[in-house]
Ligand binder design. Structure first.
Ligand code: 13P
Length: 256
């Protein structure tokens, strides 16, 4: 049985002061309440220690938005998995389309980061997804297959429980336009079939596949109800405590 993962990607928003206020608000809303799934917030690095502290007595988990492949050394500007572990982070977002686009991250480099994270017990959330022109040319499956298989070929299926994929169609990120529930389900089922082919069907059943791209309270229920949608990776709507909490409540009602 896969637990839903409701994850917030704050991107380059919310410095320490704002992040603390926002995380405190979220913790307060859920104080004393049960959440049977997993809730995760991924703030910018500099805000991470503050968010970790705000969530100290809550079930909220924390994650980073990137990590490097080495343990330490002369890599100016980078941070390592051991640093994230020291902060008690559980997750790291890898291969986000913004990193692929603006920082020229390749499938190969992303695969190395995924391997490194898994071997150091930080759960990677691997983002995959096609651009608008690729969708228009009906190439979305081809694109996602290449992004995913590069990683699956380098990772052992024993990590299935800790490996998370986020399908984020680039045309739906920050645009207000979402994939339809049918489009999301079709791609999620395809992703699961690729995992079954590369690893095994047992492993494929364990991997959680999140949807990302303009998820908000108004569309969360229909997306999260899809059979192969195991949660959301939420940008804009995770920057408001009430909208993120509302999506968490929807996940709680859906159960699964
Ligand atoms: P939005 O929810 O703002 O579209 O962002 C999605 C995203 O990129 C999460 O990683």
């Amino acid at each position: 049985m896969r637990k839903l993962l409701v994850a917030g990607n704050w991107k380059m928003n919310a410095g320490p002061t704002e992040a603390k206020v926002l995380a405190d608000e979220m913790a307060e809303i859920w104080k004393g309440k049960q959440f049977s799934h997993e809730a995760l917030i991924c703030p910018p690095y500099v805000s991470l220690p503050f968010v970790v502290k705000s969530f100290r007595d809550s079930f909220f988990k924390t994650g980073a938005q990137n990590v490097y492949t080495e343990d330490n050394g002369a890599y100016t500007g980078e941070i390592s998995t051991s640093m994230l572990k020291e902060l008690t982070c559980d997750y790291v977002i890898l291969g986000h389309s913004e990193r692929r686009e603006y920082f020229q991250e390749t499938d190969e480099f992303i695969a190395q980061k995924v391997s490194k994270s898994l071997s150091d017990s930080i759960r990677p959330i691997l983002c995959v997804g096609e651009k608008l022109d690729e969708r228009k040319a009906d190439k979305q499956k081809e694109v996602v297959e290449k992004q995913l298989n590069t990683v699956l070929n380098q990772v052992d299926e024993k990590h299935a429980d800790d490996f998370v994929v986020a399908y984020e169609p680039v045309w739906a990120i920050g645009t207000g336009e979402t994939a339809s529930p049918e489009q999301a389900q079709e791609m999620h089922a395809f992703i699961r079939s690729l995992i079954a082919d590369s690893w095994s069907s047992d492993a494929a059943e364990k991997v959680r596949i999140l949807y990302g791209g303009s998820m908000k309270p108004a569309n969360a229920e229909e997306l999260l109800s899809q059979k192969d949608v195991d949660g959301g990776l939420i940008g804009g709507a995770s920057l408001k405590a009430d909208s993120f909490s509302e999506i968490m409540s929807i996940a709680e009602q859906i159960g699964k």
